[in-house]
Ligand binder design. Structure first.
Ligand code: AMP
Length: 279
């Protein structure tokens, strides 16, 4: 099968890392290569512009592609979203100059807004019933208000640093994006198989395997603290009245969970990464 991934930019490296972690064995060549094979799977990877990935998938040139959800919407491509990949997160925000009197998204009505996402911006403004004039630019959209080209911009934001550097203030987000795996409208078995393999890695990255010892009497409280779909495994220890508890926990919960487990009586707490999670 063939998949298309971004040749450059912020999505390239995390995409290659995902293929690596999924065990495909991508034979990544130099920066200028146009394609590369995988050692462990019958997959050929094409390197194309992130913005062109939706069209390659739609036209059947490749079976699957990785790109930003924003670019799929902007292209209006007829493809299916197979998996959200949990990287490349950003929002499409409307922003104005710091000193602008405009305070809220609804105040954009009647203004000129510069964007490199004319189609998506129009759709999102229409959804909110905001009638504004879009100024279609191809780059450096942040300077448009300063140049007097537009009253506001609609652009991608992740940290907010670029907005701040250019003296802009966000009015709020219109759309949340992240990298996604896309396939044909009716994906074939190979595409669905790739989606399952990648899902096992994406799910595992967001999960930790928790092991701890505790007095049996602490079990009800510990089970409450580590709920989730899979019930924890409870194993007897050689010390009477003591058990080992093993459970899968969301990586994002670990920070707040650890002190709570200790306070509930857990000791010898170990957290280990999970490589794959297959339902
Ligand atoms: P790039 O090729 O680096 O211009 O990025 C292409 C894609 O990366 C965008 O279409 C988004 O899906 C994603 N992305 C994530 N964060 C940002 C950001 N702060 N600015 C622009 N693109 C971003």
């Amino acid at each position: 099968m063939r998949i298309a991934i971004p040749a450059r930019g912020r999505l390239r490296e995390p995409t290659v890392a995902l293929l690596q972690d999924a065990g495909l064995g991508p034979e990544v060549p130099g920066e200028r290569a146009l394609a590369f094979p995988c050692r462990n799977a019958p997959v050929e990877v094409l390197l194309v512009r992130a913005a062109d990935v939706p069209e390659y998938v739609q036209d059947g040139v490749v079976d699957c592609g990785v790109t930003g959800a924003d670019l799929v919407r902007e292209r209006g491509a007829s493809v299916s979203e197979l998996l959200r990949l949990d990287f490349g997160s950003c929002t499409l925000d409307a922003a104005v100059l710091q000193e602008s009197p405009v305070r809220a998204l609804d105040d954009l009505a009647g203004l000129r807004i510069a964007t490199v996402f004319p189609r998506l911006a129009r759709e999102l403004l229409d959804e909110r019933g905001i009638d504004a004039e879009l100024v279609d630019v191809t780059g450096s959209v942040e300077v448009a208000p300063r140049l007097g080209l537009a009253d506001a911009i609609i652009d991608l934001v992740s940290s907010g640093n670029t907005l701040r550097t250019n003296g802009l203030r966000s009015l709020g987000s219109l759309f949340s994006s992240e990298a996604i795996l896309i396939g044909a409208r009716e994906p074939d078995d190979a595409a669905l198989h790739l989606a399952r393999v990648l899902r096992s890695v994406v799910d595992a990255r967001g999960t930790r395997y928790l092991m701890m010892n505790a007095p049996e009497s602490a079990l009800p409280l510990l089970c409450e603290l580590v709920p989730g779909s899979a019930a924890p495994s409870v194993l007897p220890l050689s010390e009477p009245g003591m058990v080992a508890v093993h459970a899968l926990v969301p990586a994002a919960d670990v920070w707040s969970l650890l002190p709570e487990l200790e306070a509930a009586g857990a000791s010898s707490i170990l957290l280990v990464p999970v490589e794959r999670m297959v339902a």
